[in-house]
Design a protein around this ligand. Structure first.
Ligand SMILES: [Zn+2]
Length: 286
């Protein structure tokens, strides 16, 4: 079974941090233990609040389930922040909608949010291509295109059909998981069809339109170098889950409820088994 870097975090607002010392960046790496196998009826009874999400009236996007926090603004605390409540709601929705077992639905839900977050991470890395040698000097932010792109392009476009990064982040799930069967693909596509502008376009994007979308995003970032954004991202794919840290966030649940979710759905979080010999280096993109 795959092991994940998972830590537990209290929610906090996004802040700017100094450029991190990448060599010392290291997080506990627990081994994911077996899930407590429970029937769907048990989840529906005990997590009855989950019906509020992923229903006909509203459909969460993957950023609400797990938010990628860029290292440009969050330093060593960058990574994928999974919101326990939304993740549980997504898991229950998958169990209700597909015929997957709890273990398979859990792995599928993680693949969805990791791949979506991975795309945002790769866009951030692409935006500073050519500046890699300056990381150690702490000058990344000054040289990178990323902060300008995020402020002047991404933020004003978010929630509109012009938010190409979200369209492509949704499409990236299929690029990162070509092995998914028809049931998984269908599940994700019906979610996209109900998501807001920017995200929803992924449900209808024709394969031959993909390159044009990548080119639009690349131009808005101000990319440079010999590889296009599309080529570069293909080189980084498949994206391994251990390329960035993952945190679980208690989003406003009582502690006892939060721990209940952790115990059932992320049992590894209750017992950290640090593997300090392995250092995490986000610059090692092979
Ligand atoms: Zn997103």
């Amino acid at each position: 079974m795959k092991s994940l870097k998972i830590g537990v975090k209290e929610e906090k607002s996004e802040e700017c941090y100094a450029i991190p010392d990448w060599e010392t960046l290291e997080l506990p790496k627990p081994v994911l233990r077996r899930l407590r196998v429970k029937p769907l009826s048990w989840f529906k009874k005990n997590f009855n609040w989950a019906d509020k999400y992923f229903n006909e009236q509203r459909c969460e996007n993957f950023d609400m389930v797990a938010t990628y926090r860029p290292y440009h603004f969050n330093g060593t605390e960058f990574g994928l922040y999974i919101y326990a409540r939304f993740f549980a709601a997504l898991l229950i929705n998958i169990l209700e909608t597909t015929g997957l077992s709890l273990g398979k639905a859990h792995a599928f839900a993680l693949e969805c949010v990791q791949s979506h977050g991975a795309f945002h991470y790769l866009v951030e890395r692409y935006a500073e291509r050519g500046t890699r040698s300056c990381f150690a000097l702490g000058r990344t932010s000054a040289l990178s295109h990323y902060p300008r792109y995020k402020k002047e392009v991404y933020a004003p476009m978010w929630g509109t059909q012009d938010c190409i990064e979200e369209t492509l982040a949704n499409v990236y799930l299929f690029q990162n998981h070509p092995e998914w069967d028809e049931e998984k693909r269908r599940y994700v596509l019906q979610l996209y069809a109900r998501q807001r502008d920017g995200y929803g376009q992924a449900a209808e994007l024709e394969p031959n339109a993909l390159s044009a979308y990548y080119t639009r995003l690349e131009k808005s970032i101000g990319g440079q170098g010999t590889q296009t954004l599309e080529q570069w991202i293909r080189l980084q794919t498949p994206f391994r889950a251990d390329r960035f840290p993952i945190y679980l966030v208690n989003d406003d649940l009582e502690n006892s409820k939060f721990e209940e979710i952790l115990e059932i759905i992320f049992p590894s979080c209750l017992e950290f088994e640090p593997q300090s010999e392995k250092k995490f280096n986000p610059l090692k993109l092979t």
